[in-house]
Ligand binder design. Structure first.
Ligand SMILES: *Cc1c(COP(=O)(O)O)cnc(C)c1O
Length: 459
């Protein structure tokens, strides 16, 4: 097979800033060893997230110039609506400023105390919006997902036996929706098979429960299906995506992911009365029906992005990126979550630094080292993010895993950037024995990973 190349050429570039080791040491001290507190200007390669960080195409920038900024009835909305309807087959398309706004609209209408909403894994904003409504959010992903080394091709699948038991336990009338996140972001960007989507939708139908897709990475999921699920090799990503959506009654979407948007999202629904109530809320907090918190030009850019993201050459390249970095880690004997997901590679910090115990945050050390060694920003997904602290005793129970996520922004970095990233990780790995853990010196009560301060522990 030929080399898979970046399916674009570059006509506008943004310089990245090189720093010296001494500068990076000072930057880390000033940021209290928390990469969230580093100025983006000081970062060479930023793998913090793939959300809102995509490079837009010339076609998207061009479309922005014809954005219709009319308050009501903007033609840009109708173009956006048409595009989303073509892909999803869903009737009511409600634009919002980002994914969590769609979640807030949906769950403030269908959530509430005594309600239960299952998912393969809820993304954190989804869980937060469900819980804020008073409902309970539960994760029913298959057991293989918890085994970091399992190479199951669809580790994002929802366990149908768990789902049936769940429905029996809570009774269908207290389950206002069943969700499925494609790909499963909180579970490592792992895909969900078409067979699983179909099966979950059948169970939902059987019990009369609406079925929703959290569709943020629907195109990446579609291409995983093409690569891994027998019977789909000759289908186009668009056809696969259309089939995925054909099984659901609605979808929430952050267009900051698979729509190449820097901002945006939508809520798509078939239920007329639910859509009407969602639109009433939309007007209250987001904006009028035909812009929902976005500018007309944003809607144009998203309409173009949603077409581009289904391009076969793009998706082939996209999934090759994480696979390429994953292969380099495998060759170097550096443990990652297997197999690499669609948008990110996750390093296993527990195995990278076996001598640093979870309460000394091995993931934080790895994140700090990647910046210190090579100016790379990544994010800890371990005990800093998910460790549970008892407010009375101050004692902490660790997270299940200590991971470091390297998320690849879409169309932003080239293969040599990825080679460089692999080199920096290998260098950090070579010096792993000298690394020490951290102590938290300051933390807020909630979501501490964003603002906590750290101090390195002595050797
Ligand atoms: C990003 C994301 C969201 C939330 O979207 P925002 O645009 O960040 O508000 C919801 N679900 C999943 C799976 C996501 O990846």
């Amino acid at each position: 097979m030929r080399e898979i190349i970046e399916p674009f050429r570059i006509k506008s570039v943004e310089p990245i800033r090189f720093t010296t080791v001494e500068e990076r040491r000072r930057i880390l001290e000033e940021a209290h060893f928390n990469p969230f507190l580093i100025h983006a200007d000081d970062i060479l390669i930023d793998l913090l997230t793939d959300s809102g960080t995509s490079a837009m195409s010339a076609q998207q920038w061009g479309a922005m110039m014809v954005g219709d900024e009319s308050y009501a009835g903007s033609k840009s909305y109708f173009r956006f609506e048409q595009t989303v309807q073509d892909i999803t087959g869903l009737r009511h398309i409600i634009p919002v400023h980002q994914g969590r706004a769609a979640e807030r609209l949906l769950f403030s209408l269908i959530g509430g105390p005594d309600k239960h909403i299952p998912n393969n894994n809820h993304f954190d904003t989804t869980r937060a919006n469900i819980e804020y409504s008073g409902a309970t959010a539960d994760d029913l992903v298959i057991d293989e997902a918890t085994n970091l080394d399992s190479t199951h091709p669809f580790k994002g699948n929802l366990d149908d036996k768990k789902l049936k038991a769940y429905i029996e336990e809570h009774s269908p009338n207290r389950i206002p929706a069943i969700m499925l996140t494609v790909t499963n972001n909180a579970g490592g960007g792992q895909p969900v098979s078409m067979a699983n989507i179909r099966q979950v939708s059948q169970i939902a139908r059987e019990f009369g429960i609406p079925f929703f897709l959290d569709a943020c990475r629907f195109a990446e999921n579609a291409y995983f299906i093409k690569l891994r699920e027998p019977g789909y090799e000759h289908r186009t990503p668009r056809e696969i995506a259309q089939e995925m959506f054909s099984y659901c009654d609605g979808a929430t979407m952050s267009a900051k992911k698979d729509a190449f948007g820097n901002i945006g999202g939508f809520l798509a629904l078939n239920d007329d009365s639910l859509a009407e109530r969602a639109r009433n809320l939309l007007i209250l907090t987001e904006g009028f029906l035909t812009y929902g918190g976005l500018a007309g030009r944003d809607l144009e850019a998203l309409a173009v992005g949603l077409e581009e993201v289904l391009d076969e050459h793009y998706l082939e390249y996209r999934l090759a990126c994480t696979r390429y970095l994953g292969d380099k880690m495998n060759e170097a004997g550096i443990a990652i979550v297997q197999p690499p997901g669609g948008h990110a590679v996750y390093l296993d910090a527990k195995r990278f630094y076996p001598h640093i115990p979870p309460h000394q945050y091995p993931g934080q050390r790895l994140v700090v080292e990647l910046f210190a060694v090579g100016g790379i920003r990544s994010v800890e997904i371990g005990s800093v993010m998910f460790g549970k602290r008892d407010p009375e005793t101050g004692l902490e129970s660790p997270a299940k895993n200590e991971l470091v996520r390297l998320a690849l922004p879409r169309r932003v970095y080239t293969q040599s950037h990825v080679n460089y990233v692999a080199e920096v990780i290998r260098e950090a790995h070579a010096h792993r024995d000298a690394a020490t853990g951290f102590r938290i010196t300051k933390q807020p009560q909630f979501l501490r990973h964003f603002t906590a301060h750290f101090e390195p522990l002595p050797n």
